[in-house]
Design a protein around this ligand. Structure first.
Ligand code: CA
Ligand code: CA
Length: 400
């Protein structure tokens, strides 16, 4: 599909949906005017934002050098005591460091949470902790190592983790690194690199393999694998309203992409890397066998004004910006642009031939930020992290 046809599709769909977005020049009419309001604090290289189940008042911000901070949304203040601080255990910088935090769905009762970081040897660690008597401070003595993934190179460590609606922990892993996946990890079901993993943290030692994982019990395959053919899924998310999965996979030299997996899917998909980059054979200009590969639902080509490294976000399910409801918000680290993608293309834009057709998206904001992460609070409102040290709320510009 050419860019032109995608733009036309968007314009028609946006008018039909009665929605346009700020900076959507060619469309005109009433935009969704958003503004980015900074939280009342500075952070050191924030890379992940999340909330704890059942807690509407706090936001957890992960700082890449190895500290997790808690922000009080009611008083609009950063708590002085860090939630967790483990810089001495990490190799940080570049794509390494403390990369994410996922709270157990029953955190309010069991105090359990999980972090993903690069250890001093450069390998990926998934470690469980529990909070102490104060639920806003972790007890470092509770550390329990779940998973070590050896990293052959410093880049492409994935790092995102989140619990799915099924209660299992999903872990994004990169292809290991260098360029072009020289070890062919992403297509190799015998390695955990270049995958989306799915594990059971409530059964087994140190964890269990869900019996319905697509490759559980298959000789030569790792049972943890939920999906493969990923290059560096720096961020993925579940739509809290539908359970649908969005995986934003960072591309090589040409294409950034978003992949969509319906909530009801039984797993085992091959998202294409390194036979394809976006919806194109890799390396560019080559021919490839696309049979069995799942194409992205959206992509963009590397250009200075578009970007060079996608930062996946969330489907907006908050109340502050009604016109944004149901749109997938994402960005690019290199350009600072923020976009909103339609998530109902089958209904509104199906003429293009879904599921092969691309889903339309348009500008939401243009920023000068190095955007590393989006995050939700308990209410579904969205936040965005600038690696330079700030975190912003997405808010409507005007009351409507
Ligand atoms: Ca690596
Ligand atoms: Ca792909």
């Amino acid at each position: 599909m050419t860019r032109w046809s995608r733009c036309r599709t968007w314009a028609a769909g946006a008018l039909a949906a009665g929605l346009t977005l700020v900076m959507a020049g060619p469309i005109g009419a009433a935009p969704v005017d958003i503004r980015l309001e900074p939280l009342n604090a500075r952070f050191e290289q924030p890379v992940h934002i999340t909330y704890a189940p059942g807690d509407p008042n706090h936001l957890w911000i992960v700082e890449q050098p190895g500290t997790v901070r808690v922000y009080d949304l009611e008083s609009d203040l950063l708590l002085p005591t860090p939630f967790l601080s483990i810089p001495e255990q990490l190799a940080a910088g570049g794509e390494r460091g403390l990369l994410s935090l996922a709270f157990h769905p029953d955190f309010q009762d069991n105090g359990r949470f999980f972090v993903n970081y690069t250890d001093r040897a450069g390998n990926t660690q998934v470690v469980e902790y529990r909070v102490g008597s104060d639920p806003l401070v972790a007890d470092p003595a509770t550390a329990r190592r779940l998973l070590t993934i050896e990293q052959p190179a410093p880049n492409h460590n994935g790092g995102m983790m989140a619990f799915g609606p099924d209660g299992y922990l999903y872990i994004g892993t990169g292809d290991g690194g260098r360029a072009g996946d020289p070890w062919n990890n992403a297509q190799n079901l015998g390695t955990l690199l270049g995958k989306l993993l799915r594990i059971d943290v409530d059964r087994g030692v140190p964890y269990g393999i869900p019996p319905d994982n697509p490759f559980a019990g298959r000789p030569g395959a790792r049972g943890e694998i939920w999906a493969y053919g990923l290059r560096n899924p720096w961020k993925f998310s579940f739509d809290r309203a539908t359970g649908d999965l969005y995986i934003a996979d960072v591309g090589q030299n040409l294409w950034e992409e978003i992949n969509f997996e319906p909530a009801a899917h039984s797993g085992g998909r091959n998202y294409g890397w390194n036979r394809m980059e976006g919806a194109h054979c890799y390396p560019g200009g080559s021919r490839c066998d696309t049979r069995g590969l799942v194409m992205p639902v959206a992509e963009y080509r590397h250009r200075p004004d578009m970007g060079c490294s996608i930062t996946g976000g969330y489907v907006y399910r908050g109340r502050a910006i009604p016109k944004l409801y149901g749109y997938y918000v994402f960005s690019d680290y290199c350009s600072g642009r923020i976009w909103a993608m339609s998530t109902a293309p089958a209904a509104a834009y199906g003429q293009g031939g879904a599921p092969g057709g691309m889903w339309p998206y348009e500008d939401l904001a243009r920023t000068s930020f190095r955007i590393t992460a989006f995050g939700e609070d308990l209410a579904g409102e969205l936040y965005v992290a600038d690696h330079s040290g700030r975190v912003f709320r997405l808010l409507p510009t005007a009351q409507r």
